[in-house]
Design a protein around this ligand. Structure first.
Ligand code: NAD
Ligand code: ZN
Length: 342
């Protein structure tokens, strides 16, 4: 089969023939239809310091996908060839305290699809059946392809109850964009998006943001009067990984607020602990998705009218992967999807 492979330590990816993945007795083999490009894939492609210490080539990259089941292992029940599925990209150990208690998202030994094991930028991918999510008939396949980052957005946006609250979203990358729509769908009063990139600010408005501001031009407290906000934000979703964004969010929180942190910074961040203490804030780190409550919530929110399609802005065939990666890297894009069926 053809796959996008990190062949050696160093920049670049290669589209090449690789052996079909081996299907174990508990595994499901999936013919990939569509994939989404994630920031993680860009890190692996460019071979940054994180990739250099994390990735052991050769590796098939990619973890956001939708496809059709081609074959199931001897032990597999509940899945059949032809089913349309996506995969949870964190393969957990199944044996630790948290896994045994059913809190699989807290597993400290999880292995990432396309990071620690061969991934989904390929014609076929294999996953344990416990990592496979069945879609309903009629799901939009492009949306299904990005359930993994959509799940990051849902898990973060629902980390604190947003109904009636004023929500700040810092960073309107694909995940911040989807979180904006989720917060809106879940009943937030105002969703203010802070994002320096103008293309992404205009997408944020399409996703339902009340306001989209450029943090270089406008400080957060500057919007309070305009939006009838008394004290500050009730909830902040940190989706940029940028130190100044987290610091500005904490400074703009109301008493008792919640800050859900998804963005991954590349450096340590100094925080105003006095503000955290005296405003009695809750800071919560978010990694991945809840298995599988987040997947359930994604499904039912789509079925009840949530629309995340404006966050998908670019489409390529897999042979045009270089152009696809360039579009994702440019910043003037939302989610970039590659098709593996042509
Ligand atoms: P992205 O890099 O596309 O988006 C980040 C956005 O933040 C960009 O649009 C950028 O212009 C914006 N930004 C830069 N400076 C800013 C500032 N001062 N204030 C506000 N915004 C600013 O990333 P993404 O794919 O949408 O992912 C969002 C973040 O979540 C990234 O940091 C990513 O590494 C991280 N992530 C975490 C998990 C997890 O499980 N915790 C999973 C996936 C991604
Ligand atoms: Zn575990």
């Amino acid at each position: 089969m053809l796959a996008l492979v990190k062949t050696d330590p160093g920049p670049g990816l290669e589209l090449r023939e690789v052996p079909m993945p081996v299907v174990g007795i508990n595994d499901v083999l999936i013919r990939v239809h569509k994939t989404g490009i994630c920031g993680t894939d860009l890190h692996i492609e460019s071979w940054d310091p994180w990739a250099a210490r994390t990735i052991a080539p050769p590796l098939v990259v990619g973890h956001e996908f939708v496809g059709e089941i081609a074959e199931v292992g001897a032990n597999v029940a509940g899945f059949a060839p032809g089913d349309l599925v996506s995969g949870e990209g964190h393969v957990v150990c199944g044996r630790c305290r948290h896994c045994l208690a059913g809190r699989r998202e807290l597993c400290a030994r999880s292995i990432g699809l396309g990071v620690g094991r061969d991934g989904a930028f390929a014609e076929y991918v294999v996953l344990p059946m416990s990592n496979v999510w069945s879609h309903w008939r009629g799901v939009n396949e492009e949306v299904a392809a990005i359930f993994d980052p959509f799940g990051n957005a849902v898990h973060t946006a629902l980390a604190f109850p947003v109904l009636g609250e004023d929500v700040l979203v810092s960073g309107a990358g694909p995940i911040g964009l989807m979180a904006t729509a989720v917060a809106r769908h879940a009943g937030a009063r105002h969703v203010v998006v802070s994002e320096p990139n103008a293309y992404r600010r205009s997408l944020a408005i399409k996703m339902g943001a009340t306001l989209a501001i450029d943090p270089r031009e406008r400080a957060l407290p500057d919007v309070f009067d305009e939006l009838d906000m008394v004290e500050g934000f009730d909830i902040a979703l940190e989706m940029s990984g940028v130190p100044a964004a987290l610091q500005a969010a904490i400074a703009a929180m109301a008493h008792g607020g919640g800050v859900a942190i998804l963005g991954i910074p590349t450096e340590e961040i100094a925080l105003d602990v006095n503000a955290i203490v005296f405003k009695m804030l809750t800071l919560r780190g978010i990694y991945g998705r809840e298995m599988y409550e987040t997947w359930y919530k994604m499904t039912v929110m789509l079925q009840s009218g949530l629309d995340i399609t404006p966050a998908i802005t670019h489409r390529f065939g897999f042979r045009e992967y270089e152009a696809a990666f360039a579009a994702a890297r440019s910043g003037d894009s939302g989610k970039v999807v590659m098709d593996w069926t042509s």
